[in-house]
Design a protein. Structure first.
Ligand code: FMN
Length: 370
């Protein structure tokens, strides 16, 4: 399970590059500003949020720890941050938005059949989701060597290596077993609750999402529509011209095209391409509060966390998740103060050291400055 969450595609270079490229960005400390009070609240897509960050869509979170979806929804409600619910989530989309008290977006994969996709969009509308996020960077499944090595498939295949893994991780295995006795085995619940009881095929093609699919979805979904998994500026410009409300710059945390650019570089390029006022959401490689401030300074309006929250869940369940979110929030607040910002909305390219003649200019900051 750890390898499924932590792993990436190919030789996994992009996974590390995403974070190290953010590390290279330098922020400029500002002084003699009263930053004793700092306000982390933000807004994105007409929604007010308690923090400038939220939780990225991830399938089968219950594999990290039993009851993960409930914990995620609870934190989203408590902190007023968006939880993006995956098509492959391990709790039905209707139940998550209820537990999250409305602080949820729905992520759509255009996979399996047109009927299933259409039904999912209808269900999201009926459950009162205001934001639909179409993920487009999985036209075909990538090769994830760790999953291959471990024989990790979904639905799970049982063999000696799997039994050995369960036996050597008794804490997780027992907790999952006990939870399963009352709630059933973790499974992609949106499939299980569809009218046709469609079954989830992890390696199904998601190639049906072409430009015409996006145009039709734009017509079908009058509320906020976001496209996730965009790195090419030309694609971003075309989406903007089609009336998409926001672009979610991401390389799936290095889990798709391993040879793709570090996501933070794409963020700078896409910000330049779409102009200053178009909403951009960002993820991939974000591991702490400092990274959030750097992404906001590089052009993001909002930042999402993927693996970081799963690590918290896997380490200590709901308490681990809560600790991770506390730590990140505290770091954002501290770094904001040290760069002289009292509100998260004040974070902009002026926070980058490169904007003040600092010689340690990174190529990313140069692009933002252009
Ligand atoms: C275990 C796991 C499952 C994921 N499942 C989905 C998914 O169902 N839909 C989706 O759009 N992205 C999915 N992603 C990608 C995340 O939404 C996000 O783009 C990525 O994790 C960000 O990178 P980071 O993990 O480095 O923060 C998944 C990522 C992980 C780690």
């Amino acid at each position: 399970m750890f390898d499924f969450i932590d792993g990436a595609s190919g030789d996994e270079t992009l996974r590390g590059l995403n974070s190290s490229a953010i590390d290279q960005i330098r922020l400029m400390p500002r002084v003699l500003i009263d930053v004793s009070e700092r306000d982390l609240s933000s807004s994105i897509l007409d929604q007010k949020t308690g923090m400038p960050f939220g939780i990225a869509p991830m399938g089968m979170c219950a594999l990290a720890w039993p009851g993960a979806d409930r914990a995620l929804a609870g934190e989203a409600a408590r902190r007023r941050i968006p939880l993006c619910v995956s098509t492959a989530s391990s709790m039905a989309l209707e139940q998550v938005i209820e537990l999250a008290e409305g602080h949820a977006w729905f992520q759509l994969y255009a996979d399996q059949s047109d009927e299933f996709v259409d039904e999912l969009v209808g269900r999201a509308a009926s459950a009162d989701y205001q934001v639909l996020v179409l993920t487009v960077d999985v036209p075909i499944p990538s090769v994830r060597p760790r999953d291959r090595r471990n024989g990790f498939t979904f639905p799970m295949r049982w063999g000696l290596p799997q039994l050995r893994d369960f036996a050597t991780h008794p804490h997780w295995s027992l907790a999952t077993l006990i939870h399963a006795l009352s709630h059933g085995m973790p499974q992609p619940m949106n499939y299980a609750t569809s009218s046709g009881k469609t079954s989830f095929v992890r390696n199904a093609s998601r190639a049906r999402a072409g430009w015409s699919f996006l145009a039709a979805l734009r017509d079908r979904w009058p509320r906020k529509l976001v496209v996730k998994g965009v790195q090419c500026p030309e694609d971003a410009i075309r989406m903007k011209s089609m009336g998409i409300d926001s672009i979610y710059v991401s390389n799936h945390g290095g889990r798709q095209l391993n040879a793709a650019p570090a996501a933070i570089e794409s963020l700078a390029q896409i910000r330049q391409a779409v102009g200053a006022n178009f909403p951009l959401i960002f993820d991939s490689g974000v591991r702490n509060g400092e990274h959030v401030v750097k992404a906001l300074a590089t052009g993001a309006d909002f930042v999402m966390f993927g693996r970081s929250v799963m690590y918290g869940l896997g380490a200590a369940g709901g308490r681990g998740l809560s600790d991770v979110l506390d730590l990140i929030g505290h770091e954002v607040s501290t770094v904001m103060g040290l760069v002289g910002c009292r509100q998260s909305g004040e974070i902009d390219s002026g926070c980058l050291a490169s904007q003040h003649g600092n010689p340690a200019i990174h190529v990313i900051s140069e692009r933002v400055a252009e």
